[in-house]
Design a protein around this ligand. Structure first.
Ligand code: TTP
Length: 191
């Protein structure tokens, strides 16, 4: 079965590649917008739109995977920071406490549009940071295309003290959940 990742995120691509999986990447190109308010529904909805937009372009046997990640602190949803100032505000609000990372995932079968959507949440504790450390972290440049303005897989490893839940979910793709969905709902076995 052809497997398609509906994502421009190099991290999602790398996570799937690490599994030795044969797949291709087709970007959805959709505008990321949802009416859903609760973070778990919001990320599932966006992952659904990404996967479905790509599935509609295909008319052969294929399963399409879409995902969306946000960071939530005090009921505030943080996406990618626009600029240095916004990155600072986000990191300042995240330091010295837990926040939650939500990733929504949708798998769609292109032939009949059967789909399954789900989400995973991981709690992340970022240590207390001096303002100078926050600015120096921003200067690494890695925060701009990341929800919540940090990358746990990069220099962000220096500021994350502990996590509860799936690490890969924080990087943008809950691999273990994907394994279960492909096996249970689509008869595709990664092991
Ligand atoms: C919190 C965190 C997020 N991220 C990334 C994962 C996602 O790529 C990004 C959130 O943006 P998304 O909108 O979920 O994804 P994307 O725009 O990069 O790709 P696409 O919509 O085409 O699939 O933040 C990390 O890489 N590391 C982290 O520690």
């Amino acid at each position: 079965m052809r497997i398609v990742l509906a994502s421009k995120s190099p991290r999602r691509k790398e996570l799937l590649s690490n599994l030795g999986l044969k797949f291709e990447v087709i970007e959805s190109g959709i505008e990321e917008y949802s009416n859903e308010k609760h973070p778990s529904k919001y990320v599932m909805d966006l992952s659904f739109h990404k996967a479905m937009a790509v599935a509609k372009k295909l008319n052969e046997e294929a399963v399409v995977i879409g995902a969306d990640t946000v960071v939530v602190v005090d009921d505030k949803v943080l996406e990618k920071p626009k600029d240095r100032e916004e990155a600072y505000t986000m990191l300042k609000s995240l330091q010295g406490r837990f926040h939650t990372v939500y990733t929504g995932i949708t798998v769609v079968r292109a032939q009949d549009f059967k789909y399954v959507r789900d989400f995973e949440e991981t709690k992340v504790w970022i240590k207390k940071l001096e303002d100078e450390e926050i600015f120096n972290y921003i200067d690494t440049g890695e925060c701009y295309d990341k929800a919540g303005a940090y990358a746990i897989q990069g220099f962000g490893a220096l500021i994350v003290e502990k996590i509860e839940g799936d690490y890969f979910n924080v990087v943008g793709l809950p691999i273990s959940k994907l394994f279960d969905i492909l096996k249970r709902e689509f008869g595709i076995r990664l092991l």
